[in-house]
Design a protein around this ligand. Structure first.
Ligand code: C2E
Ligand code: CA
Ligand code: CA
Ligand code: CA
Length: 279
């Protein structure tokens, strides 16, 4: 066990060089993590760019590792994806996030869309729409309060198949967002042939939007084009007021980022909501 721990530590330290033994150790740790309930969903508010009102939440997975503490998703999702463990883990996230959304809705604190990230393996699963339907049924969340986030590159991998899967999901009444938009090679006009509702401009364009004219031009163009195609636009990774002011000027719809709130556990979000209600 000591050996496993050291391997794991090395993995968390520098994820680039991952030996077979480390990979296997991490896989079995992940398997146990699911049984031992070590995963936790953090939530990050999405806000209306103009009014500041909360319009949604994104569910972001964390692993509360008994020895290594809070492990960010980038460190374990690739392995979960390779090993197929992302399927049970992803189903768990979906259920947890929908249940939380239902709880906030029932308490009268917040009735907004819950956005959940899907991985490639989940998206390829033949019975994805059935899984989503059963979660919606099981949690009693109105379907239009659920939004699935898929990356641009994932959707574009096999456009025909994606279009069909997305249509089957949309038929349940939920929303679809294209994540990390701008990092792939698709054109928005092409993407619009899919039944999508919303685009999320990748954080890399927002980061230097104030100082880099090229990034500003890209962000502004994405917003304008998305609007002309009747899509709403979310800017992610907004960290300061200057970035937000530009997004307001360009009439972006929604923003998300440390400026407003870091991702937090449900309890912390509940306190935040209670504070807002009291104010
Ligand atoms: P993403 O979907 O693009 O999520 C946005 C990431 O940006 C999150 O990182 C979030 O914490 C971070 N972020 C938000 N606001 C800011 C900001 O103002 N500045 C900066 N620097 N970062 C900000 P996180 O939570 O570490 O997640 C990383 C990635 O892991 C996600 O990227 C997503 O691709 C994946 N992921 C997270 N949860 C899940 C999940 O439940 N399932 C799957 N399949 N993937 C997930
Ligand atoms: Ca996302
Ligand atoms: Ca993103
Ligand atoms: Ca990303």
């Amino acid at each position: 066990a000591k050996e496993d721990g050291r391997n794991l530590y090395r993995f968390f330290d520098r994820q680039m060089s991952l030996h077979m033994s480390e990979r296997l150790a991490l896989e079995s740790e992940l398997r146990r993590a699911l049984e031992r309930n070590e995963f936790i969903v953090y939530y990050q508010p999405q806000l209306d760019v103009h009014s500041g009102e909360i319009t949604g939440m994104e569910a972001l997975l964390r692993w509360n590792h008994p020895e290594h503490g809070l492990v960010p998703p980038d460190r374990f999702i690739p392995i979960a994806e390779d090993s197929g463990l992302i399927l049970p883990i992803g189903a768990w996230v979906l259920r947890a996030a929908c249940a939380q959304a239902r709880t906030w809705r029932d308490s009268g604190l917040l009735d907004v869309q819950m956005a959940v990230n899907l991985s490639a393996r989940q998206f390829d699963q033949q019975d994805l729409p059935e899984l989503v339907a059963s979660v919606i049924d099981g949690t009693g969340l109105p379907p239009d309060r659920l939004e699935l986030e898929l990356t641009e590159s994932l959707v574009m991998r096999d456009p025909e198949r994606s279009s069909e899967t997305l249509s089957r999901c949309k038929a349940l009444g939920l929303k679809i967002a294209v994540d990390d938009f701008g990092t792939g090679y698709s054109s928005l006009a092409y993407l619009r042939r899919f039944p999508i509702d919303r685009l999320k401009i990748d954080r890399s364009f927002i980061k230097d939007v104030v100082d880099e004219p090229d990034d500003a031009a890209i962000a502004q163009t994405i917003i304008a084009m998305a609007h002309s195609l009747r899509l709403t636009v979310v800017a992610e990774g907004v960290e300061d007021e200057a970035q937000l002011r530009l997004l307001q000027r360009w009439d972006c719809d929604i923003y998300q980022g440390f400026l407003s709130s870091r991702p937090q556990p449900a309890d912390a979000i509940t306190s935040l909501l209670l504070g807002m209600k009291a104010a």
